[in-house]
Design a protein around this ligand. Structure first.
Ligand code: C2E
Ligand code: MG
Ligand code: MG
Ligand code: MG
Length: 284
């Protein structure tokens, strides 16, 4: 269905005419209203130690609780948000809500202190001159500790960062925030840039994890990213782990942390809070 989706998108691009532009404007307006009206929801997907299942982090993943279309995943609106710039207020909203939720868990459970929060940053957000001030203000308002936050940037950001982007990422690092490269391996691996940027986590893209058992090329990419992580002293996180076999293969390669339906699906806020309570209640 990915191919079908791509074909549809290519088709749209080729026959873009006036009504399409109007359609985009209307959809953008609806999304901006949804952000202002708190129609968005943050789900949380745990990242775990692959050998013990111990909870290490939760990743905030946005959903839209649409009044007529039901619960929508990011595939239904994140491209529109990115193209129109609505992803800037959307991303700030997600960061604020995620920090609030996670700060509540931490306040109730001293044992949950080590748990990290991970939030996705879009390329448009990284390009904002006031990114660092926005993040700093949200952390201050929610009293969430910067050294427990990881921000995920996309491979496209590290491909050709201008000096202002590098400065911004370094300022985030100086606040104590960790930076991860999401979906790593899908773009051109800009190794030289990777070394120059204050990135400390590489997330192996799901497409490689999916093929780890029976596609030698996918397996090689997983191994290469793990080795790269070791060479650069970065942490490696595997995403999209759906089977015990994939988890075992990753452990064999020396990858110790991962996410995927085999462990946990993205959870609605109340279920995420319950899981965190369950896992950290005993530890004081
Ligand atoms: P991502 O950051 O790489 O997040 C992982 C995606 O893979 C999530 O999809 C998650 O539900 C899905 N996933 C996790 N484990 C498995 C698995 O075992 N199997 C399969 N088939 N899928 C798995 P989701 O929630 O639909 O998000 C898709 C993408 O949308 C995210 O990819 C991220 O790039 C973007 N996104 C989500 N929330 C935000 C946000 O708040 N801001 C921005 N800028 N982007 C976001
Ligand atoms: Mg991510
Ligand atoms: Mg990812
Ligand atoms: Mg991904």
């Amino acid at each position: 269905d990915t191919a079908l989706y791509a074909a549809k998108r290519a088709g749209r691009g080729r026959f873009e005419y006036y009504s399409d532009v109007m359609d985009t404007k209307a959809r953008e307006a609806e999304l901006r209203r949804a952000i202002a009206d708190d129609e968005l929801v943050v789900f949380f997907q745990p990242a775990v130690a692959l050998d013990t299942g111990e909870l290490r982090a939760v990743e905030a993943l946005v959903r839209w609780n649409h009044p007529t279309r039901g619960l929508l995943g990011p595939a239904a609106f994140i491209d529109l948000a990115e193209e129109t710039g609505a992803v800037v207020p959307l991303g700030a909203w997600v960061l604020r809500r995620a920090c609030q939720e996670a700060a509540d868990w931490r306040a109730a459970l001293p044992g949950a202190e080590p748990l990290r929060l991970t939030v996705n940053l879009s390329p448009k957000q990284v390009a904002q001159a006031d990114l660092v001030q926005t993040v700093e203000k949200i952390l201050a308002d929610t009293a969430f500790p910067p050294d427990r936050l990881t921000l995920e940037i996309t491979e496209s950001v590290i491909l050709s960062p201008d000096q202002l982007t590098v400065d911004r990422l370094e300022a985030l690092r100086d606040l104590g925030i960790q930076l991860a490269v999401d979906d790593f391996g899908t773009g051109y691996s800009a190794l030289s840039y990777l070394r120059r940027l204050p990135v400390t986590v590489l997330k192996i893209d799901r497409s490689f994890v999916t093929g780890i058992a029976d596609d030698p090329e996918a397996r090689s990419v997983c191994e290469a990213v793990v080795h790269l992580g070791n060479a650069f002293r970065m942490n490696v996180v595997a995403e999209g782990i759906e089977t015990a076999e994939q988890a075992a293969a990753l452990i064999d390669m020396g990858c110790s942390v991962g996410q995927g339906f085999h462990f946990h699906r993205p959870l609605p806020p109340a279920e995420a809070a319950a899981l965190v309570r369950d896992r950290f209640a005993a530890v004081v």
